[in-house]
Write a protein that binds this ligand. Sequence first.
Ligand code: ARG
Length: 276
Amino acid sequence: MKKKLISLVLIAACVFSMAACGSDNGTTGESGDTAGQTSDAGESDAEDASEDGSSEGGTLIMATNAEFPPYEYHDGGEIVGIDADIAQAIAEELGMTLEIEDMAFDSIITAVSSGKADMGLAGMTVDPDRQKNVNFSDTYATAAQVIIVKEDSAIVGPDDLVGKKIGVQLGTTGDIYAEDIEDAELERYNKGMEAVQALQQGKIDAVVIDGEPAKVFVSENEGLKVLDEPLTEEEYAIAIAKDNDELLEKVNTALATLKDSGKLDEIVAKYISADE
Ligand code: ARG
């Protein structure tokens, strides 16, 4: 009987030591958690850098929709334009490497708010609805929604858009404003250029789009003109995730530097000639 008791104790001790062995595993797990906490603590820049080795400061991912000259468009295999150059200059200020991701315009806010991209630069207008999902940097350009029509059109100003067939790029402020035009029928396109081509083919009566791309599209498509009177005045800014105040601050500081040094004007002048 006594012997049995002893062997039971031995078994118990054995089981205990296995448990102790298990707690070693626990220790390993704990150190794993610690590593997790480190990245939670916001040292992702340093981590990115060590992961891809591309730059000391890591990668800065810009989400855009490169269908919007002169702000962003494809040139050969590259995405170029005012926003691409501004983003590059900001990345340089922050000691980071810029990566551009091209996507549908109406995916940009989600890409930024979900952390898939660090910032959205897409000739994006500061808009209260968008501000529910992202923060905006200080503004870097003023813009306007304008109307493109055929050269011989009877539409001469915003009031004439009532009851007309209007083309817009899906999810843009042009889309939002045109929605409020009385009895207007909206045609939404994935690219502004597609709306302009539909206008040229007589499928729609007018296109509502930002002023600078409007000039480019009209210069590339015969028989069209931009009306003098704009529909709205707007401002462009950079979209950044709501929880990334650190980046917002850095981007605003970089923007201020680019404004003060004249670099921002230089970038704009490279793509927009002053006499236009
Ligand atoms: N400014 C307009 C907006 O914010 C149009 C921007 C379109 N940009 C682009 N890259 N497609 O809605």
